[in-house]
Design a protein around this ligand. Structure first.
Ligand SMILES: Cc1ncc(COP(=O)(O)O)c(C=O)c1O
Length: 405
């Protein structure tokens, strides 16, 4: 029999809480290894990963092709800075640009940096190409957005936890209701340089805008000479059953912001992809990052792009997503009050009179399934795209048990 005082988890949780800032509220599990869709904790308990590092692990833990690329690169060259060119750089940029159907790529590290890059590029484009008067550029964003945690990005967050007490805030953003094309159109003026949107709002609970919204945004941006920036950091790279969430409505933005899964769950890699008339506004010294586009990152990320170029992961996500949808929709009225599914990405609204999202995730963890609440009684499922049908059934069955009490 295993008794509590010989388990390693409680002490490891205590240590983590003692020595770190409490900017997260993690579930009390301490992971020590992983493979594919499965995690193992310090006490040997196994969990099915239904979060996948907020979609940073779309290809599962330790995908052999990605691990091999990382190992090979570690043995040759890890960092040069952008002061020099390295031999992994061009292939990564070219293959990612081709996957995006764009001329150029600008590599960074974290998602927030990609967003910051997009904002800077859009402003410079506005002044230099569109002719906006100096200091007057504005960008239209949506309520309920999540684009990262920098001071500029939280300036236009509508989540008080993310924003409060971090001012003074960066000006130049107009917030409109998500999914409301009329409001967005009305917010655009002659100084608007960009519309920045998540094609599906992940942190908000996998909120899918009404059909026609994204094509409408595309059209109004084209008509008003405004850049459409799609933050596909969480929604992109296979998660929704297509390479990009914008693909579902045949929409091509002017700029893709990418991150998370681009690093294969191994290294932080983000990127902006756009055409030369947009990204070409940046000149040496105007933007950069010591680690952005480093050899290790490029060696892993180019393999990510190659995995995506096969289409296999997008197909899996679309097909298995239908199984997930069927399973979850069967729970509506049995503890769930709402379900939104796109590919292997689901937002679930639990009946708030039953339990909070946090409680549901704790109970799921006790049954060997790891997921994360987004807010209130909403949780998000985003398993690695390598998950099997049986594993999806297992996750749905665990959820059914939790909801049944
Ligand atoms: C849509 C979106 N944009 C940007 C970010 C920020 O990415 P990072 O945490 O890597 O800075 C996230 C992270 O969750 C995200 O979901």
């Amino acid at each position: 029999m295993i008794v509590d005082d010989i388990l390693r988890t409680p002490g490891a949780v205590r240590d983590a809480e003692r020595w770190t800032a409490h900017n997260y509220h993690p579930l009390p599990v301490v992971i020590s290894s992983a493979e594919g869709a499965w995690l193992t904790d310090v006490d040997g308990k196994r969990y099915l990963d239904c979060l996948a590092g907020y979609s940073a692990l779309n290809f599962g833990h330790r995908h052999p092709q990605l691990i091999a690329a990382a190992h090979a690169q570690l043995d040759r060259l890890t960092l040069t800075s952008r002061a020099f060119i390295h031999d992994q750089f061009a292939d990564f940029c070219r293959e990612l640009a081709e996957l995006c159907g764009k001329d150029l790529v600008l590599p960074m590290n974290t998602g927030a940096e990609a967003v910051e890059t997009g904002i800077k590029v859009a402003r410079k484009w506005g002044y230099q190409v569109k002719g906006v008067p100096a200091g007057q550029a504005n960008i239209v964003v949506a309520e309920g957005n999540f684009h990262g945690r920098t001071t500029t990005i939280v300036s236009f967050s509508t989540d008080e936890d993310a924003r409060a007490d971090f001012g003074p805030y960066t000006p130049g953003f107009t917030v409109v209701p998500y999914g409301d094309l009329d409001a967005l159109t009305a917010a655009i003026d002659e100084n608007t340089v960009a519309v920045l949107l998540e094609p599906i709002q992940g942190e908000q609970g996998v909120v899918v805008p009404p059909e026609g919204y994204l094509p409408g945004v595309r059209q109004v941006c084209t008509e008003r000479n405004v850049l459409f920036i799609a933050d596909e950091i969480q929604s992109g790279l296979g998660r929704t059953g297509a390479t990009f969430a914008c693909d579902h409505e045949g929409v091509v933005p002017d700029m893709y912001l990418l991150g998370k899964a681009l690093g294969g769950g191994i290294v932080p890699v983000s990127a902006v992809a756009a055409n030369a008339d947009v990204l070409g506004v940046l000149k040496p010294g105007q933007h950069g990052s010591t680690f952005g586009g480093n050899p290790l990152a490029c060696a892993v990320a180019v393999e990510v792009v190659r995995l995506l170029a096969t289409g296999e992961f997008q197909r899996r996500s679309a097909e298995l997503g239908e199984r997930l949808r069927a399973g979850l929709e069967g729970l509506v009225g049995k503890g769930l009050v709402g379900v939104r599914v796109r590919g292997l990405w689901a937002g679930l609204d639990i009946d708030p009179t039953l339990m909070s999202g946090r409680e549901a995730c704790e109970r799921l963890a006790a049954r060997g399934v790891l997921a994360k609440d987004t807010h209130g009684s909403t949780i998000r499922l985003a398993p690695p795209l390598v998950i099997t049908e049986e594993e999806i059934d297992l996750a749905v069955a665990a959820l059914a048990e939790v909801l049944a009490g």
